[in-house]
Design a protein. Structure first.
Length: 214
């Protein structure tokens, strides 16, 4: 009987150890699962956020492409129109300066033009009709070579009578140099807004005055 009791105690001890180990293993599994669940949830949440961001980025790029397709051509036309208007304004300023300089030069020569008196233009050439014309052409050429020989010289005396001969440019009379230029506008839309839609040009007129000195 003592042997049977000892065997019984041994078997009971083994059973308790095995039962305790199984319980520990089960508790360990539960602990691992409890720890792993938040990690899985966190990973799934991160994947969902990343997918949402990608979709939002794709929608944003699509919206930007549509906006550019609508606004781009209009912005390009406005920019091109601004460039053309800048050219027109620049040519108006250059033409006005050219006729003012030409009027002052011709007024210096005055009635001594073609008289062989030795009077000279600001560039050092003699006061002749040909040299005055060349002087004017050199200045309007900055706007367009087509303006050569297009300037009109008018002399107005104190009574208001007009003459086209420089010999009438006596001291006290007024000498005028005027010119007209058909400025190309290059872009039909600009021509329709600020010029002649048929010819796609804008008329630029300039006039300079000076008092005859000789």
């Amino acid at each position: 009987m003592p042997a049977i009791r000892s065997l019984h105690h041994l078997l009971e001890g083994l059973y308790r150890r095995v039962a305790g180990g199984t319980a520990a293993v089960q508790l360990g599994d539960i602990g691992i699962q409890a720890i792993d669940r938040p990690r899985r949830r966190s990973h799934a949440r991160g994947v969902a956020i990343a997918l949402g961001r990608r979709r939002a980025h794709s929608r944003s790029r699509g919206t930007s492409a549509v906006e550019f397709a609508l606004v781009g051509p209009t912005a390009f036309l406005l920019l091109l129109g601004a460039v053309v208007l800048g050219v027109v304004v620049t040519h108006e300023i250059q033409l006005s300066q050219a006729v003012r300089d030409s009027a002052r030069a011709a007024a210096i020569c005055g009635s001594n033009t073609d008289q062989g008196t030795g009077s000279t233009l600001p560039d050092g050439t003699l006061c002749t009709t040909a040299n005055i014309t060349a002087y004017i052409n050199a200045r309007v050429d900055a706007v367009s070579p087509s303006l050569a020989n297009q300037a009109v010289i008018t002399v107005i005396d104190t009574s208001g009578t007009s003459f086209t001969s420089l010999s009438k440019c006596a001291p006290g009379n007024t000498l005028q140099v005027s010119i007209t230029y058909q400025q190309p506008l290059f872009v039909p839309l600009v021509g329709a807004l600020v010029g002649n839609a048929t010819t796609n040009t804008r008329t630029i007129s300039a006039q300079g005055e000076a008092t005859c000195e000789q």
